[in-house]
Design a binder for this molecule. Structure first.
Ligand SMILES: C[S@@+](CC[C@H](N)C(=O)[O-])C[C@H]1O[C@@H](n2cnc3c(N)ncnc32)[C@H](O)[C@@H]1O
Length: 322
């Protein structure tokens, strides 16, 4: 569950003044619904009219209608194998075999629509991680597993606090894009080592302090889960941060490349793709989340800021507020 700054008073919900959660009123819902595509499995294979669109519908019906070898990058943040409510629908925890069958149902069509030099990232938690690997390796080449720290989350009295998640990096062939220079991390230098001539070794002095640019590893400790005072936050229960998605997009695609998110949620992939000048399609079955995505896309017209990413570098957690 994400944090909330709700204050209940006289049965009316009030929010703290600095609560920036993106919400919709009735008028906005009507307005944004008009922009959403409803193809209900009825698409003649033409992708042209779906570019930069939010498709409202069941991904299992829509994926088979998308043309083969279309996408440069596919980012998948599926329901994990946990009982969870996503506004109008719920995902029910099941046994490992059933969950693997469910994974296989979308993994096959995803393999067909990914370009031969394309990349696929799949998010998961510690329990679904081995299943994603097992099914994923049947269709793709596993290149890596990123583990990232969720910073927030409730502690447990009877277990270790659950604060890590995984993202598998798969490709279709060994000919794929990877731009490490686009995803470097700017870290504060704690021990500013200088050589015998007094020159900084691998770091730079700036007006804001001393920094080192480092190559990203497959452990990410700089991600913050969106919460109520962040401008990207919505009420979606499992929203990913734009910073996390930006790393995947910048490492594995070029400008104007085509990105798919088949479990779009509140639209983080679509919004981040737009901010980074990529084309996208997002599929989500809940109308409210589709409308929230539309609102975020409209906001991205005016503000392309990605929190934690500035001057082409990713900054350590909480070292940049804008
Ligand atoms: C883990 S959330 C994705 C969150 C998203 N990454 C974000 O940052 O907002 C998974 C989403 O998949 C949607 N979903 C589940 N089953 C679906 C299906 N069969 N077709 C389309 N969307 C589905 C849920 O409604 C939920 O919003």
């Amino acid at each position: 569950m994400k944090d909330s700054s709700k204050v209940n008073s006289n049965n009316k919900e009030k929010y703290a003044p600095n609560n920036r959660t993106i919400r919709l009123d009735e008028k906005e819902k009507i307005k944004y619904l008009k922009n959403i595509v409803n193809i209900n499995g009825q698409n003649n294979g033409s992708i042209d009219n779906l570019i930069n669109k939010i498709i409202c519908g069941d991904t299992f019906e829509i994926l088979p209608y998308l043309k083969k070898e279309t996408f440069d990058l596919i980012i998948i943040d599926p329901p994990y194998n946990l009982s969870k409510t996503f506004n109008s629908s719920s995902f029910k925890k099941t046994n490992d075999i059933e969950y693997e069958n469910w994974l296989e149902k979308w993994m096959k069509p995803v393999q067909q629509i990914l370009k031969n030099n394309g990349s696929l990232y799949i998010c998961c938690d510690w329990q679904s991680s081995p299943m994603i690997y097992n099914i994923g390796k049947k269709y793709f080449i596993p290149q890596n597993r990123i583990t990232w720290e969720r910073e927030k989350g409730r502690g447990s009295k009877t277990n270790w606090k659950n604060s890590l998640e995984d993202i598998y990096f798969f490709t279709k062939t060994n000919d794929y894009k990877f731009y490490v220079d686009k995803v470097k991390i700017k870290k504060k230098v704690l021990a500013p080592y200088v050589d015998e001539k007094g020159k900084p070794k691998d770091w730079q002095k700036t007006e804001e302090g001393s920094y080192r640019l480092t190559h990203p590893s497959n452990f990410w400790g700089d991600i913050t889960i969106p919460f109520w005072s962040m401008p990207e936050n919505t009420d979606h229960p499992t929203q990913k941060s734009e910073k996390l998605i930006a790393k995947l997009i910048l490492a594995s695609s070029d400008e104007n490349d085509f990105i798919l998110d088949p479990f779009g949620g509140a639209g983080t992939t679509a919004v981040t793709a737009k901010k980074l000048n990529r084309r996208f399609i997002s599929i989500e079955k809940d109308e409210l989340y589709c409308c929230l995505t539309q609102k975020r896309l409209e906001m991205a017209e005016k503000d392309k800021t990605i929190q934690g990413y500035k001057d082409n570098f990713f900054w350590e957690r909480n070292s940049l507020y804008k």
